[in-house]
Design a protein around this ligand. Structure first.
Ligand SMILES: NC(=O)c1ccc[n+]([C@@H]2O[C@H](COP(=O)([O-])OP(=O)(O)OC[C@H]3O[C@@H](n4cnc5c(N)ncnc54)[C@H](OP(=O)(O)O)[C@@H]3O)[C@@H](O)[C@H]2O)c1
Length: 338
């Protein structure tokens, strides 16, 4: 029998800065009827992403704000349990912008892709084979333009995007240097993800450690943090370096707009290029990215860490941890599938 009730996490109030548990509330509702062209998806995993901060804060962002009272926007992975669309059948596994909820009744526009072959764990399609892995792949290959022998530095290196960036850099013949918070995350970079070097940005010797880790300078900087970490990296960029702006995790709030050192002189003197990118603009590269990333997971060249919380009730407080570094890899919420 198909479900009739749904549990959802709604945006309760608008945060200024990092969203906290009290900005959300759990609600129950009746599932709407499934219209023509729609499918009913049962969610198995919900994604927790740093980007969610931007989706609820009233400062400049690349997408519409989640309205107060609206279901929290989120990627989710699940199976189709009823379909009124000819291209989807019951039992298909899908990933999409389906929201922090147990079920979704959606038109197929909300679905980003159908998983062709589910021989790898479903959760991976929200992490190493999902938003994070795809972001790492597109950001590095398209915007970082890495060449064999380049030194590629990435911040948040033990995280989901950063760990993939380092491993993709290695697969492409580059030297990978990670920047992460604390000795344990530095060890993960070296021992689990195979970085050539990794440094702890919380150490008092960070700036000297970074220079030592990059004796030939930095050809590609994949920036997940902005802030003081990036200021230190920019001092070491090489002639013609590429700086890929992927995230700004170290900036707690953009209201008021923070002041900081200016990168222009480094870019000018080194004829370097700095470019921001948003994964969602590059749908056309998803299939190719997932195919390549899956091949690397299957042959053991791409390792990943997952940090899984159990149950929808964990969702409201789950974003804030990403901004203290308390997550140990890709943060997900696992739902009980009945
Ligand atoms: N442009 C795009 O399309 C796109 C798409 C997806 C993700 N992203 C960005 O990619 C980055 C990584 O995302 P993810 O999902 O893989 O998250 P993640 O790296 O798994 O988790 C976030 C990490 O950010 C670091 N961090 C938090 N606060 C910090 C601070 N004040 N200073 C320095 N580091 C801090 C922490 O690592 P430490 O413990 O090492 O400090 C934390 O574990 C984020 O900035 C995200 O916004 C961008």
């Amino acid at each position: 029998m198909l479900p009739t009730r749904n549990r959802q996490i709604l945006l309760h109030s608008r945060p200024n800065g990092i969203p906290q548990a009290e900005n959300f509330r759990l609600a129950e509702s009746t599932l709407p009827p499934i219209g023509d062209g729609q499918v009913l998806v049962r969610h198995h995993f919900l994604s927790v992403d740093p980007a969610m901060r931007g989706w609820v804060n009233a400062v400049t962002n690349y997408s519409d704000l989640v309205p107060i009272g609206g279901v929290m926007r989120a990627f989710a992975a699940g199976d189709v349990i009823e379909s009124h669309h000819p291209d989807y059948k019951v039992g298909d596994y899908v990933v999409g912008m389906l929201g922090w909820q147990e079920y979704s009744v959606v038109s197929t526009r909300a679905i980003r892709y159908k998983i062709a072959q589910l021989d790898l764990p479903l959760s991976l399609y929200l992490g190493a084979l999902g938003l994070n892995g795809i972001t790492a792949y597109i950001g590095l290959t398209k915007f970082g333009e890495p060449k064999p022998g380049d030194t590629v530095v990435v911040s948040s290196a033990a995280g989901s995007v950063g760990s993939a960036v380092g491993q993709i850099a290695k697969a492409l013949g580059c030297r990978a240097v990670g920047i992460a918070g604390g000795p344990q995350k530095v060890r993960w970079c070296l021992d689990e993800f195979g970085f050539d070097a990794a440094v702890d940005y919380k150490s008092p010797t960070f700036v000297a450690d970074l220079q030592q880790a990059c004796p030939q300078g930095v050809d590609v900087y994949f920036d997940n943090t902005s802030g003081a970490i990036s200021d230190a990296v920019l001092n070491s960029i090489t002639f013609g370096a590429r700086i890929v702006i992927c995230g700004t995790a170290s900036v707690a709030s953009w209201d008021p707009w923070p002041a900081g050192p200016r990168p222009e002189r480094h870019l000018l003197v080194k004829r370097a290029k700095m470019q921001g990118f948003i994964n969602l603009d590059h749908d056309d590269l998803y299939a190719e990215s997932v195919e390549q990333l899956s091949a690397w997971v299957r042959n053991g060249q791409l390792h990943y860490r997952e940090d899984i919380l159990e149950g929808l009730e964990q969702a409201p407080g789950s974003i804030a941890d990403l901004y203290t570094g308390a997550n140990a890899g890709k943060r997900l919420i696992r739902l009980k599938v009945v």
